[in-house]
Design a protein around this ligand. Sequence first.
Ligand code: NAI
Ligand code: MG
Length: 365
Amino acid sequence: MNKKVLVLPGDGIGKEVCDAALPALEALDLPIELIYGEIGWECWMRDGDPVPAATWQRIEQVDAILLGAITSKPKKQAEAELPPALQGQNHRYVSPVIQLRQRLGLFANVRPSFYLTGNGKPYRMSVIRENTEGLYAGYDYRGIPEAIRPLVKHPNLERYGADEASCTLRLQTRFGLERLFGFAFEHAVQHGFDRVTFADKPNVMRESGDFAQEIFEAVAARYPGIRADIQNVDAVALWLVTRPEQFGVIVAENMFGDILSDLAGGVMGGLGLAPSANYGEGVAYFEPVHGSAPGMVGKDKANPAAMFLSIAMLLEHLGFAREAARLQDAVRNAIRSGAHLTYDLGGSAGTRRFADEVLALLHGQ
Ligand code: NAI
Ligand code: MG
């Protein structure tokens, strides 16, 4: 039976990289049916909703989602920019990416990073970021909340008082950590990694660090064939740059994972190359790490490699591992040959020219 994929090109260069990279599915001759839907800024400006009801309906009918990129703005600004006809109707702006993650329960953000551009030793790793709790759980306050004031006795607070301060709570639950670590070890098994590193800061955040460590160790004990270790997040940042080849899976809470996964994207060669996936309870979605890059729209400049590699992740998820590897190889070879690189990799080729090179390599395999 055909697998169904919902394509949400979104805004800006999201549309351009979708157009350029999706012909790879035809080249691979796969039993995949594409369904298209709308998401993003244009939907917000037209209907006051960045994820239309029709898109939610289509999400229920598919096996995976491929997202291009969206344009997003802070809530206040987005609501102020709504056209006059839509003002005063109680339209609340919530970033579409956050809506997808929350409604589909997508707790694990996976960003693979691997050797593509020819600097340093070959390496291959995946950074897995927790998507729903940790320092980004939303418990973030201007002033110290009344209820916890007796607990917060910092000498600097005495100067101006508890109102001239702010604080953020790092929320971690047993449920959230067990499923995160379980996912990380399963990812390692499925992708042939022999090491899982939990990047945290247990020597400073002792209680939450110990809590997470205990859960990590309990999950790790179920995977005796995999080396499990806990490292300080700052040291991991350094080693990611100097010796990425020593890592396999790196797993971290929301904020630490946010930072490490961008770093891993930089090690890989930048935003034009970095793919990502969001997995969890509902249907998984796949997208390049980059955004809609408004300044590049219509110029045939965006590097479509991150989109090709996101499609490869999607194929692997749908059970087409061999085709996923072929697509990755084609991208790798197109970059290695260096003949038609986009500007971000030092070349002068456009989006389409680079994409054609990848497609030609796919046909020639
Ligand atoms: P961005 O990723 O769109 O662009 C940052 C810079 O990276 C660009 O100016 C460009 O120089 C470079 N770049 C990005 N993609 C590239 C590609 N494929 N090839 C070559 N160079 C590339 O981030 P920015 O400018 O901060 O955000 C623009 C919009 O995108 C905002 O509205 C933001 O909210 C949204 N955004 C959406 C994301 C998503 O769809 N998940 C993620 C990040 C930002
Ligand atoms: Mg980030």
